[in-house]
Design a protein around this ligand. Structure first.
Ligand SMILES: [Mg+2]
Length: 432
């Protein structure tokens, strides 16, 4: 039975709804709708001018409608009179194919044709910084190895526990919070779930963390590399694939504990990883995190090559146990919907074509990469990644209409960046 959001508002005491969607660059856009008008919005959607957002549209295009998904409703624990809704985009009576949530649902439908469901968990690292964005917010947080620093974690107790309390109240099953490897950096983990549930939660998590940080006079950032000498913000993604109640990645009898299906899924990702980086690492700044030199703490914790391994954190793909793998490629600027859409597309390609991930590498990629032999390197910058995406038949085909739109907007971003005159180039070139 369809949920009637007007009734839900009365039942839960919701006065307003945020009808929200995520555009191609991961920005969240919303209309604030009074509960008295939500029934109409549920039917027809909230109207937007698509060109005013990061979508490939023109000012001449007709209205874009964001139709809220009632199943995604989250009543804000820190402001219970407000309900957040993830919305799907429609135009001219059709779903907009070049929009992230629709793209993810399209891949999920393809998997469902084979009776398959992907489940994911994400680790969204973030920094708590000063409101002007120039420095970390805790001046006492200066240790060279600050990971799991108990004292620094407790100095941010009020912020971290307010966020964790919200997750507890929402039933996300959070299970641990820590200070991460960079000064000022934190990570909060909640239980994995269906890929769309996790994607909506990831979008909401970023909104929630930023909002609660602001309440405490701070600022939160998921920027991939906000400080050159510190470890960046990763967005590690744990992936499993299910048929009914069975995890089809598991095979205790196999060499790596991972089934042939699991190996082929990983093989699909390895096959197209350089193009995938344009989705998982979608900003100019992303490439200051991957391929980075060692940080103050001694390691970047980010990959530089297309390799996979067992329980070893120096590779792009880690298989901690046979029931799942961890993709360590993405960073905090990745789009919560496009990342899993692309990963699922590549997994399905790997399974359909029996892609071989090659041998598992049990080496330290930070110190003995020469032992890896001939392995593909990750792109060095956003332009390399965009070109790799264009060259990837698998990704271009599976992302369909979204791919050219995404590439058009991202090339424009790169062109804008490349016109900037930086201090570094002045210093390096002034005396040429
Ligand atoms: Mg982490």
């Amino acid at each position: 039975m369809t949920i009637n959001l007007g009734d839900v508002a009365k039942e839960k005491g919701i006065k307003y709804f945020l009808v929200s969607f995520t555009d191609l660059f991961g920005s969240q856009r919303a209309k604030l709708v009074p509960a008295s008008a939500i029934a109409g919005m549920q039917e027809d959607g909230a109207g937007f001018a698509g060109f005013a957002t990061w979508l490939d549209m023109t000012p001449a295009d007709p209205d874009l409608f964001a139709k809220p998904d009632p199943d995604s409703l989250i009543q804000l624990p820190w402001k219970p009179e407000l309900g957040w809704l993830a919305a799907d985009l429609w135009m001219n009576g059709e779903p907009v194919a070049a929009s992230p949530r629709n793209a993810l649902k399209a891949q999920m439908a393809l998997a469902a044709e084979q009776g398959l469901q992907m489940k994911t968990g994400v680790e969204c690292e973030f920094f708590l910084i000063s409101p002007d964005g120039t420095e970390i917010s805790d001046e006492a947080d200066t240790q060279a190895k600050p990971c799991y620093d108990q004292q620094a974690l407790l100095r941010r107790y009020d912020v971290i526990t307010e966020i964790c309390d919200c997750m507890l109240e929402l039933g996300w099953q959070p299970y641990q919070n820590d200070h991460e490897d960079a000064n000022g950096q934190f990570e909060m983990n909640w239980h994995y779930d269906d890929v769309l549930v996790t994607a909506d939660r990831q979008a909401f998590f970023k909104f929630m963390v930023k909002s609660i940080a602001e309440k405490h006079g701070l600022r939160a950032t998921f920027m991939p590399k906000p400080f050159a000498h510190l470890t960046g913000n990763g967005c590690h993604m744990h992936v499993s694939l299910w048929k009914g109640g069975t995890n089809v990645f598991e095979d205790a009898a196999s060499t790596y504990g991972l089934s042939d299906t699991g190996l082929a899924f990983i093989g699909g990702i390895m096959h197209s990883a350089q193009g995938l980086a344009a989705i998982t690492n979608p900003t100019v700044n992303s490439y200051k995190r991957i391929n980075a030199p060692a940080t103050l703490s001694g390691a970047t914790w980010s990959p530089n090559s297309v390799t996979w391994t067992g329980n070893n954190r120096t590779h792009m793909i880690r298989v901690p146990e046979g029931d799942r793998f961890e993709l360590r490629l993405a960073d905090g600027s990745t789009n919560p919907y496009l990342m899993p859409a692309a990963v699922l597309a590549l997994g399905l390609d790997g399974m359909a074509n029996g892609r071989d991930p090659g041998p598992r590498l049990d080496i330290n990629m930070y110190t003995e990469a020469e032992k890896a032999g001939e392995v593909k390197k990750l792109p060095l910058n956003l332009l390399d990644a965009l070109r790799a995406l264009e060259a990837s038949d698998v990704l271009m085909e599976s992302l369909g209409e979204l791919a050219p739109s995404y590439l058009k907007l991202k090339h424009a971003e790169w062109n804008e960046y490349s016109r900037q005159l930086t201090d570094w180039e002045r210093a390096a070139t002034l005396d040429c």
